[in-house]
Design a protein around this ligand. Structure first.
Ligand code: IPE
Ligand code: IPE
Ligand code: MG
Length: 262
């Protein structure tokens, strides 16, 4: 049996991570579904439906290019502020997509994981999430994480609570708290930090996504609306990534020396 490849998890602030031509971990804010639909005089919901199709293409593209992990933002902790009709449509779509796509994910070796505060979801949706995760658990290909009812601040606060539950002494000795005590309690602590962050839809903000983990990610913003984000658009993001000099605090000269001297 093929064993699961262990991915390096070093902190980008504690040491300089290895850099590859292809990002190991890609994080995406899939934005612009509503505008895509409005431009076509369609209800916003049509844009969300097309958004699921775009995600399927990006999952395939990432797997083909050798990306190890893909994390996508599907519903933020702030998206509850949307009209009730849209929120319930999105919940339904999420349930349908889970039920419909899990077989293909399993067949393609994709390991699916959902992160976020799942307690807000219906029992039915929670069961579907558990089932989909269990079905793809043994897969050794692309690690696909979907963030729903997720927020970077929620992640950080939950991690602090878990850290203190695991080690109550730390509550009395704040000075003893360091990255290594907190980081293991954050979501996705078993994956390398994202190398490339993509946001479609033209906005240039992180909207409370992976605030800790994006510390040294290369940021890529495109006006392309998420339903239009196809293979070519993904390749353009990868091409931009390849041009970046990832310095992690060093000088350009140091980067060049490290590259030529191994
Ligand atoms: C992203 O598209 C999907 C979700 C946030 C659920 P939007 O729905 O935000 O699309 P725009 O930004 O209104 O075009
Ligand atoms: C961010 O998109 C969240 C998701 C894509 C799920 P939004 O469209 O909700 O972000 P803001 O509100 O414009 O910052
Ligand atoms: Mg939006």
């Amino acid at each position: 049996m093929k064993t699961k490849e262990k991915l390096p998890q070093e902190s980008s602030t504690l040491l300089v991570p290895e850099v590859y031509d292809v990002p190991q971990h890609v994080a995406v804010i899939m934005d612009g579904n509503g505008r895509w639909a409005t431009q076509r005089h369609l209800p916003r919901m049509a844009g969300h439906e097309r958004g699921v199709a775009a995600l399927k293409g990006v999952v395939e593209g990432c797997a083909r290019h050798g990306v190890k992990a893909l994390t996508v933002f599907a519903f933020s902790s702030e998206n509850w502020r949307r009209p009730e009709e849209e929120v319930s449509f999105l919940m339904n779509l999420f349930l349908l997509a889970l039920e419909r796509e899990v077989r293909a994910l399993r067949a393609n070796g994709v390991q699916l994981r959902i992160i976020g505060d799942l307690s807000a979801f219906s029992a039915k949706l929670q069961r579907a999430i558990e089932k989909a995760q269990a079905t793809t658990k043994e897969n050794t290909g692309l690690r696909l994480t979907v963030a729903v009812n997720y927020g970077g601040r929620w992640d950080l606060l939950a991690a602090v609570r878990k850290m203190l539950d695991a080690n109550p002494d730390l509550a009395r000795s704040g000075a003893a708290i360091d990255e290594e005590s907190l980081a293991p309690h954050l979501c996705l602590s078993d994956l390398p930090e994202p190398d490339l962050f993509i946001r479609t839809g033209g906005e240039k903000r992180v909207s409370n996504f992976m605030l800790w983990q994006l510390a040294y990610a290369e940021l890529y913003f495109t006006d392309t609306l998420w339903p239009d984000f196809d293979e070519e658009a993904l390749e353009a993001a990868f091409a931009s990534y390849r041009q970046r000099e990832r310095r992690f605090g060093r000088t350009s000269e140091q980067v060049v020396t490290a590259r030529t001297c191994g």
